[in-house]
Design a protein around this ligand. Structure first.
Ligand code: SAM
Length: 195
């Protein structure tokens, strides 16, 4: 099965009509699992929040003897996550700590970009700072990923969705990847051009 066929199947099987919100997790899980089975390298997640997606990726990483490179400065205050969200992240991901390489830093920091660039990657999930510039930068940072790059919030009813969507499509053109998204799913996928 190609990456395009896999994502078509995932959208068909795991989309809940009327719930463009958290329905993303079964889809991300299926895509990350496919990537770990298909390509060598680690998984990277930019933007971790409470770690609810990190633990899904860490379970896959552990099963395939890979690691999750997990990137977040945990310094965004005054949001719904709560000001102590780093502690919540640590608690939620504690059972998978052996499979996670935590970079407590901004993905826009040149040193972070360098560290990610050195890692062989099979899957990437971009869900960090929600501006056009940051999202586009994050997509470029994981551009060497051999497998699929997932980008969250391409379709949500918030003002930041439009710049994220532009970064997603511009990234597809720049990286010669196939963009796959539907208005019923919040995240989109950038598939390698030969897939
Ligand atoms: C929507 S949350 C991520 C949620 C998580 N991926 C999930 O699906 O459960 C966005 C995260 O991006 C992080 N973030 C903000 N600026 C960032 C930056 N420059 N680099 C990396 N992460 C950043 C925030 O701290 C926050 O934890």
């Amino acid at each position: 099965m190609t990456g395009v066929e896999l994502v078509e199947k995932v959208f068909a099987e795991h989309t809940v009509v009327g719930d463009p919100g958290f329905g993303n997790r079964p889809r991300l899980e299926a895509v990350a699992e496919y990537c770990a089975q298909t390509w060598p390298g680690d998984l990277v997640e930019i933007g971790l929040g409470h770690g609810n997606t990190t633990r899904i990726f860490a379970e896959i990483a552990r099963a395939h003897d890979r690691r999750v490179v997990a990137v977040d400065p945990f310094d965004v205050m005054g949001t719904a996550w709560g000001d102590d969200y780093f502690e919540t992240f640590l608690k939620n991901t504690e059972p998978w700590r052996d499979a996670i390489d935590l970079l407590k830093a901004s993905s826009l920091d040149p040193e972070t970009i360098h560290v990610i660039g050195e890692r062989e990657l099979c899957f990437a999930y971009v869900d960090g700072l929600h501006t056009y510039e940051a999202c586009y930068s994050d997509i470029l940072t994981v551009s060497h990923c051999a497998g699929i790059i997932a980008v969250d919030d391409v379709h949500v009813e918030y003002s930041y969705a439009e710049p994220i969507r532009r970064a997603f499509y511009d990234g597809a053109i720049h990286l010669n990847r196939i963009p796959m998204d539907t208005s019923l799913s919040r995240e989109g996928y950038l598939i390698p051009g030969d897939q």
